[in-house]
Design a protein around this ligand. Structure first.
Ligand SMILES: Nc1ncnc2c1ncn2[C@@H]1O[C@H](COP(=O)(O)OP(=O)(O)OP(=O)(O)O)[C@@H](O)[C@H]1O
Length: 838
């Protein structure tokens, strides 16, 4: 073998292990003019330049298509607008993706072993010296003649780039990662996977992958498309049906992988996932803004990103409940509680109905009304707000019954004779003598006096009846119903035996102070499902123009007048996609509730923290969806994981959990939609080895049986754990943060315990943050979920650990946020030795 080898890195570029048969420290080879690495970089630069030239042409083509789309709109016909909408949208997306790809277009190269190509399996790359060379990049680039120049990283032909290992080279001799700045290749790093076949290939590298892991964090997550590892790639390309369940310790790339999977699914199954949409759900808004750049950087702007607190339009959660309240609000028992709250009488509902029919007073009392309300609810079957019509019918039935008990039509006859005077009465008596029906005041045939039909008509038009109906069966909003539960008596009625009595006062008090927690949002969604949509206002009348043969494109061809066409939806001439239209606020000003958006694929990050009620909320958005669930049970703040698991199963199955006659859950049915693919990620790319050791000690306390992930990067920087008096913790935390500002260039997280009435309050945190630069974030332990910082300061680990039954797991999350430096301030020497392992 005569391959040249230089500057080997200790790890691999994108495959997990060092190549066989290479010498990590062989000095740079030269050809007498430039070092080997420079020559290799120069050669790659020539190729990259060619790819950029072609990308430039493709961008110009996309812009021309965009211009053509706009030009077509000038024709102004309805049909052309629809075409334009589609064309412009497609062209704009294409142009956008091409613009995005401009940064780091080509990042990988594969040199493959020579082989025979069957007629139907032509090479995906170029043949150089008898070997196929494939370049992998952010998007696919083809020459004008349609020959492949760069392969999209999501295409099957790019799979080898991520999957090949020395143990299983998959025909790859050498894998090369190109590191670029803008259009310029600045570094390359090789993995030699099949040394025996490497004749004539040089191998260079300087550990750029590990170096890239140590890079400064800028506050938002970046894509990892050039360095995806094999175990991660398997998740990204996992089957599109059913559920992909990804587990892994902090920093193993679960979030990164889930986002790359979205880009992959949208690329490979655009029709299926692009039209119905992909929803990515994270724990809180800080997290969603942390990850929001990843998908656009991969050229995918169409996925919807939401936090658990803003899935229901019109409310945004801003607080976490105490563990006790979260447990109550999040438990599935709330389904029954809310159902009772919905079926209870509305606040201010009258307790007597009194109408007058032809001089007879007919009454329904409270007991009767309560029974009637229960009957309507029984029959309403989950759509309370649309049941008002049925409520009116049930009331009329009951009034007719009551009227019957008062003498019924008999009483009316007498009354009518007494009142029967005037011209109309005269006419009616003549008609009656001829055996014909009566007329009403407008001269139209009237229902027979004293008949049920006439009774209903007379009662329906009475103010007393219509006002009663509105107050007795009001159109209710989820917010009304939940707010009404701040009344302790009402809450007690709703709770039945489903909630622990001890928690009721705290629950009522929490809703009295506002509906604003993450768990409240799931309750509102549940109520929304139970209440159903209010009756829709009548559909807009079709404009006469629609049926008028003389109206062409909105103009009357006889008169020349413009004729407004009500079918002309205003949305049509906006540049929106169907997903954006679907996503528009459901509650529009006129009170109409539009359909809840449903998605074709849902990604749930930090899934270990979801309560059963939150799973139900997600399940309603993905009744036909496939799922990617990302979790680390060891980081779970949720106590009853089993109940949450059952609710997750029900959500993923898209159905209510099946129950047998005795109310026990039945095992879920298996289908393409419910099939599960489970994966585990095992390498920690975030923490240095030194920080990972501290978090492993916390994990051992929290969950002795759990295995920490393997950290790969040593920093030589030992975490600092200082003991300070409890009353000095805040000052010490502030000082430690200021100290770190001088030691790291990137972001710093100052992570404090959850707020209590008198400590670590919002005001406290504001004081701590006062005057610090933007790269410092002061946040509580739950807000820190999923985030990472160059350096982290953890204040009072002993408090974090004791704040909830899952406190140790929450602490585990906090200590695993930092990439480079970690400082912990504790008032307890015990905690100091625990964290440092002394
Ligand atoms: N293959 C990779 N190449 C480079 N960086 C990577 C790779 N995989 C993960 N990372 C980086 O590691 C860090 C941790 O990734 P990520 O946040 O996705 O982990 P996680 O498993 O979701 O962590 P947590 O459980 O704490 O939320 C991120 O900075 C990510 O960019």
């Amino acid at each position: 073998m005569s391959s040249e080898v230089t500057d080997r890195s200790p790890g691999s570029a994108a495959g997990g292990s060092a190549p066989a048969g290479t010498d990590a420290n062989t000095p740079a080879g030269t050809d007498g003019t430039a070092p080997l690495k420079d020559r290799e970089i120069a050669a790659e630069q020539r190729f990259v330049d060619e790819a950029y030239d072609r990308l430039g042409e493709m961008r110009e083509d996309a812009r021309a298509m965009l211009r053509e789309g706009f030009r077509q709109s000038l024709a102004g016909t309805k049909g052309s607008l629809v075409d334009r909408d589609a064309m412009v949208h497609q062209a704009a997306q294409r142009a956008h993706a091409l613009d995005i790809a401009d940064d780091g277009l080509v990042f990988g190269r594969l040199d493959l072993a020579p082989r025979e190509y069957a007629d139907d399996a032509q090479p995906s790359g170029r043949i150089v010296d008898g070997r196929e060379v494939r370049y992998v990049g952010r998007i696919g680039v083809r020459t004008r003649e349609h020959d492949s120049l760069v392969i999209d990283w999501r295409a099957p032909a790019a799979e080898d780039f991520y999957r090949a290992t020395p143990e299983e080279p998959r025909g790859v001799i050498r894998r090369r990662v190109l590191h670029s700045r803008g259009h310029k290749v600045v570094d390359i790093e090789d993995d030699l996977l099949d040394p025996d076949a490497a004749e004539g290939l040089s191998v260079v590298g300087d550990g750029a992958f590990l170096a890239s892991l140590a890079r400064t964090r800028e506050g938002t997550m970046r894509d990892i498309v050039a360095t995806i590892q094999r175990e991660q790639d398997e998740v990204i390309r996992a089957p599109a049906d059913g559920t992909v369940l990804v587990r892994g310790a902090p920093g193993t790339g679960k979030t990164a992988v889930a986002l790359h999977r979205v880009a992959y699914l949208l690329f490979r199954h655009r029709r299926r996932f692009g039209s119905r949409g992909v929803l990515v759900v994270g724990p809180n808004p800080r997290f969603t803004s942390y990850i929001e750049r990843v998908l656009p950087s991969l050229g995918e702007g169409s996925a919807t990103l939401r936090s658990l607190g803003d899935l229901v339009p019109g409310v945004t959660a801003s607080a976490h409940d105490t563990p006790e309240l979260a447990r109550a609000k999040g438990s599935e028992a709330m389904v029954a509680v809310l159902r009772r709250a919905v079926t209870d009488h509305a606040p201010g509902a009258p307790d007597e109905l009194r109408v007058v029919y032809r001089g007879v007073v007919v009454r329904l009392d409270r007991g009767r009304l309560d029974r009637l309300r229960a009957e309507v609810h029984r029959r309403a079957r989950g759509s309370v707000n649309t049941a008002r019509g049925r409520a009116a019918e049930v009331l009329l039935d009951a009034l007719w019954d009551a009227f019957g008990r008062l003498g019924g039509p008999q009483a009316v006859e007498e009354d009518a004779e007494a009142a029967g005077q005037g011209e109309l009465a005269l006419w009616n008596s003549i008609l009656a003598a001829d055996g014909l029906g009566e007329l009403d005041a407008d001269g139209r045939p009237a229902p027979r006096r004293g008949s049920r039909e006439e009774f209903d008509a007379r009662v329906r038009e009475q103010r007393a009846f219509t006002d009663f109906l509105q107050a007795w069966w009001p159109i209710r909003t989820p917010l009304d119903v939940l707010t009404a539960l701040s009344d302790p008596a009402r809450l007690r009625r709703a709770a039945g035996r489903d909630l622990d009595r001890g928690v009721l006062d705290a629950l009522a008090a929490s809703w009295a102070s506002g509906i604003r927690t993450y768990q409240d949002v799931a309750l509102l969604d549940e109520l929304d499902a139970q209440l159903g949509s209010p009756p829709r206002p009548p559909r807009r009348r079709r404009a006469p123009a629609a049926d008028d043969p003389f109206v062409v494109d909105g103009v009357n061809v006889l008169t020349g007048e413009a004729v407004p066409d009500e079918d002309w939806e205003p949305g049509m001439d906006e540049l929106t996609t169907s997903i954006e239209r679907m996503e528009r606020a459901r509650r529009v000003d006129d009170g109409v509730v539009e359909e809840r958006p449903e998605y074709a694929h849902i990604v749930v990050d930090e899934a270990q923290d979801l309560s059963p009620m939150q799973w139900r909320m997600l399940g309603r958005r993905g009744r036909q969806a496939s799922w990617t669930i990302v979790e680390d049970p060891a980081q779970s703040a949720w106590e009853d994981l089993q109940a949450a698991r059952a609710a997750m199963d029900a959500a993923l199955g898209g159905e209510k959990p099946a129950r047998n006659r005795r109310g026990r859950r039945q095992p879920a049915r298996t289908s393409a939609r419910t099939v599960r693919h489970e994966y585990e990620l095992t390498t920690n790319y975030r923490n240095s080895v030194e920080i990972a050791a501290v978090s492993a000690r916390v994990l051992a306390e929290a969950l002795p049986e759990a295995r920490p992930a393997r950290a790969v990067r040593e920093s030589g920087l030992d975490p600092v754990v200082r003991v300070v008096p409890a009353e000095d913790l805040r000052t010490a935390a502030r000082e430690a943060t200021e100290e770190l500002l001088g030691q790291v260039e990137g972001t710093i997280g100052l992570i404090v315990p959850m707020p209590t009435a008198d400590a670590w309050t919002t005001a406290d945190r504001e004081r701590l943050a006062d005057g610090l630069p933007d790269r410092v974030q002061v946040l509580d332990v739950l807000e820190a979920k999923g985030l990472e910082f160059d350096a982290a300061v953890i204040a009072a680990p002993e408090t974090v650990a004791s704040q909830s039954p899952r406190g140790l797991r929450v602490l585990y999350v906090a200590v695993s946020r930092a990439t480079q430096r970690l400082t912990v301030l504790t008032s307890s020497p015990h905690w100091q030795s625990l964290l440092l392992g002394h």
